[in-house]
Structures are given as C-alpha cells and as structure tokens.
Write a protein that binds this ligand. Structure first.
Ligand code: GLP
Length: 239
C-alpha cells in the first residue's frame, strides 16, 4: 500500500487522474471501476480536460460503477447514474458504461448479473474508490463480516446523514443501495483510493494503521498487492 499526501484536494484529484490516464495510455481497452461522491469530481474534470485536449481517448474503454441507490429513479438528479452522466460520461467517449440497476425487479438477480458482467469483461483493471467517514468502500458498511459479491445494503445512519446534503430532506435519502462487494473490489488489478478533508482522517488512519477488520471495510485493502492511497493534508492529519 502506497500513501501519497498532497497539499490540497485538487491535487489529489489530479494525481488520481494521472494514474487513470497512464492506465488508459498503457491499455486503451481498460476496464475501469468508477466511483461517485464528491471526492472523484476533480479527477473526472481533469480526465475530461485531457479528453477534450485530444490526449485521452476512451473509445475502447469500458467502465463499471461501484454502486447505486435502490428505488431511486435513474433520472433523479441524485442517482449515481445521473451523477456519472453529468460529471463524466456526457463529456467523454467511453465505449460502454455500466452502473448497477437499483430499480431491478429482482435485486438479487441484478447483483449476480453485475458480477458476471464484470467477470465476462475480463475483470476491473483499475478501481477508483472514495471512502465513507465510517471507512466504507462502495456501500460496504461496517459489519462483522466482509461480503464477497455484489450485494443489497441497508445504509447506516452515518451514511444517510453524510448523503443527506444532496437531497431535499432527510426522508428523501434512500435507505438501501446495491454495491459491488469486497470480493469484487479486491479482484481489481489496481486500486486507487482518494480522500479529502478532516472528516475522512480517522477512516484513513484506521485503513492504513488499524487492524484489518470488517468494522472498517477499507482496512481489507491492506491485503491487496497494488493499492495507492491519495489524500490531502487534512485527510492525512491523523497519519
Ligand atoms: C458514498 C459512496 C461511496 C463514496 C462515499 C464518500 O457513500 N457510495 O462510494 O466513497 O460516499 O463520498 P464523498 O466522496 O462525497 O465523501
């Protein structure tokens, strides 16, 4: 696990974009694992800028997103489908993009379908991750075990509160989500985790130095051979 500390959040985003750009240049038909939340926005903006400047071509590249809310229409501005379209997909020329379907009639079947699709695509080459204040990755919430496959998750109070800022009122925040499991994340060949701000400092400390425990789901990343953690000074303040 490599940890790089940057002066500010923007630099974290640019550094993450640099790793993804290098991946794409090395392997134009990469399978990218993408994430939502505020953390990846600077990274996506940099990728868009490089695409518009003619440096990055995504036309052979395929992406799979980590997670999506359940029972939120994809057209809803807070759905992760809408977020990805607005923040990245509408501005680049990705060959194929995939986001789990949180409105599937049979959500368990959707979980299995999503894992099978990633496998059929050859697996994820590079996975981008944010981290929740409670150490969650994707929507894999603190638990007494790690879940391997894509799963339906009941969001914890801390996550509902953290996501509240995007919705009109607390009652509008979805209570369930579909998320790639820890096995799916750990199967990625490379992982890039980004975190900014003081409210992520404890989760970053627990991930880097704490015991490997499902109570801090990101701590499992210590068992992955190729993880790069990019953080700003505030998120690194407890390291
Ligand atoms: C959500 C997402 C995670 C993300 C986390 C942090 O819970 N499911 O994938 O990492 O939020 O979001 P932010 O980057 O906005 O702090």
């Amino acid at each position: 696990m490599q940890v790089h500390v940057f002066e500010n959040a923007k630099q974290v985003g640019q550094a993450a974009a640099t790793l993804f750009a290098a991946q794409l240049l090395r392997k134009p038909d990469s399978v990218l694992g993408l994430a939502t939340g505020s953390s990846p926005i600077d990274c996506y903006q940099q990728l868009i800028q490089w695409h518009k400047a003619g440096i990055l071509d995504f036309s052979k590249c395929v992406s799979y997103n980590l997670d999506e809310y359940c029972n939120l229409p994809v057209e809803h501005e807070c759905s992760y489908h809408a977020f990805m379209n607005a923040q990245l997909f509408d501005h680049i020329n990705m060959k194929e993009t995939h986001v789990p379907n949180g409105n599937a009639e049979d959500l368990q079947a959707e979980c299995a379908r999503y894992d099978a699709a990633i496998q059929a695509a050859g697996g994820i080459d590079m996975q981008l991750l944010g981290i929740g204040r409670n150490g969650h990755i994707g929507f894999n919430e603190p638990s007494d075990h790690f879940v391997f496959g894509t799963q339906i998750v009941n969001l914890t109070e801390s996550t509902i509160q953290a996501n509240r800022r995007f919705f009109e009122s607390e009652k509008d925040v979805p209570r369930q989500a579909i998320s790639l499991g820890i096995g799916g994340i750990m199967a990625a060949k490379e992982i890039v985790l980004i975190a900014m701000g003081e409210d992520k400092a404890q989760a970053i400390r627990d991930t880097v130095y704490g015991e490997v425990t499902p109570k801090v789901q990101a701590s499992i990343l210590r068992n992955h051979p190729h993880v790069t953690i990019l953080v700003d000074k505030a998120a690194a303040s407890l390291l």
